[in-house]
Write a new protein. Structure first.
Length: 289
């Protein structure tokens, strides 16, 4: 990866966010801000910088996507070929663990591991057919502006162009930080009365003007970063959707399902009774963030 010098945030002295843990200690997060002079709110520069704060976030995001997160641990098994692998969960109260296909059934892994769960189990083919039909029926019936469509478009965009979404997220976070600074400054003057006298009011005006200018500039930067577009039209046409579904692999189908739903929960049944999906299977559809 090549790092390019950028005039923005050049040489900024970093300030790392920290949070308090339950035992009273401080723990540093991975979020880093440029350090600002408490009097002028100007960024403090030391030497010559190499990358911007936004570029740093993009690099971290890229590295995370390439890093094996299970180093030193038992390597996880590859995802199964079952349709709902990673999406189906046990609905027994107090459990909520993943279910995996074992033979012809989805079974609660907590139960199989000997944990304290009575263990939900359901015929995989019946659950797959029910969830598939609900998906294939629900999408073509959605109206423009439906919350599910908004959530699906956002997930699609994040998959198609993650770097652009990272840039937008970084700018949005910076805007929120600056707005919080401005709100605190206004509270200091109008609520806590910390700015009294002509000199103090002049200082308040100077600081608030800089913050408002900073917020305006960040919003302009955000507007210049286009929101990735997602064409969901093929998924909203009933005939096209069913044709694509019939030709797709379970991996492809699972990818489409994960755009539209968060999880599928299966409750405990009664031994010997036929599975009635409407009674035991609950689909949690995606919602806008």
């Amino acid at each position: 990866m090549q790092l390019v010098r950028s005039p923005a945030f050049a040489g900024l002295m970093p300030e790392t966010e920290c949070v308090e843990t339950g035992d009273g200690e401080r723990k540093y997060t991975s979020k880093v801000f440029p350090y600002r002079d408490p009097e002028t709110l100007d960024t403090v520069e030391i030497g010559e910088g190499i990358i911007t704060v936004g570029e740093r976030e993009q690099i971290i995001c890229t590295l995370k996507s390439r890093t094996f997160m299970h180093a030193g641990k038992r390597r996880p098994k590859p995802e199964g070929t079952a349709l709902l692998t990673g999406l189906v969960f046990c609905a027994v109260p107090g459990c909520g663990r993943r279910m995996h296909r074992v033979g012809g059934s989805y079974q609660c892994m907590a139960r199989r591991a000997g944990n304290q769960c009575i263990g939900a189990s359901a015929l995989a083919e019946a659950v797959d057919q029910y969830v598939s039909e609900q998906f294939l029926t629900k999408l073509p019936a959605l109206e423009p502006g439906d919350p599910l469509l908004i959530a699906m478009a956002d997930r699609w965009a994040r998959r198609a162009d993650p770097q652009t979404l990272v840039r937008r997220d970084v700018l949005t976070a910076e805007i929120q930080d600056e707005e919080a600074r401005l709100a605190d400054l206004e509270e200091a003057r109008y609520v806590r009365g910390e700015f009294s006298g002509a000199a103090a009011v002049e200082r308040y005006n100077r600081l608030s003007e800089r913050l408002r200018g900073r917020i305006e500039g960040l919003r302009a930067d955000l507007n210049r970063v286009p929101m990735p577009s997602a064409d969901l039209t093929p998924m909203l046409d009933g005939l096209s959707l069913r044709e694509a579904w019939a030709d797709a692999t379970n991996e492809d189908r699972r990818g489409r399902l994960s755009l539209a739903l968060d999880r599928v929960e299966v409750s405990k049944g009664v031994r010997g009774q036929r599975l009635i999906p409407e009674q035991r299977v609950r689909i949690h559809w995606a919602a806008p963030v």
